[in-house]
Design a protein around this ligand. Sequence first.
Ligand code: FE
Length: 240
Amino acid sequence: MATVSGPSSGSLGPEFSKLSGAGPSVKTTGMSDHDHDHDHDHGSELSEMQIRVRALETILTEKGYVDPAALDRIVEAYETKIGPHNGARVVAKAWVDPDFKRRLLEDASAAVGTLGYVSRVGDHLIAVENTPQVHNMVVCTLCSCYPWEVLGLPPVWYKSAPYRSRAVKDPRGVLTDFGIALPKQMEIRVWDSTAETRFLVLPMRPKGAEGWSEEKLAELVTRDSMIGTGFAKDPAEIAP
Ligand code: FE
């Protein structure tokens, strides 16, 4: 039996136990970032982060700062409407429409906006193009900044400390871990996202998809290919 201790319960104060519904002693799954000198039994349903999020949500709701129904709609949007399929459409359009590609590389926020994907206020989206000479890869070394409007929710590994530090120190090694082997002479550029500036990788269009429709091409564009930790799919994988 593990207990949530230290800054998480302490900083949230007495309301925490009310929110967690489990009294002062709450089991966790041990998914937190803090240093552990105690044992977890990994037996509960909620991670410490989930408990903290619930606690915050309940406090903000009780104080009237947020409307739970509005939160539900936002979460639903990210679960069902906003995801990497949006970015895939952007990439596929850039592959078939040279004018759109030029606008995308010039000002990705504006170009993506013309397709109806609106970024949050203050975000500035930059598209970086992979070529036979240059491979681009995106990280947020500080936390987990990510182009949500085109890629949806970030994968868990994107937020992990090893990815965030190694992507900068050893990008080639990280790519190898992802199964990506690049020629030695290929330059790797690593882009560090911030709260203001997000990056979208424009992967190379794979050979073997000549004459494909934009819609069909979008099926080749994976989330990882737009982060730079993968390539677009081989058309043979999805060809009828
Ligand atoms: Fe960040």
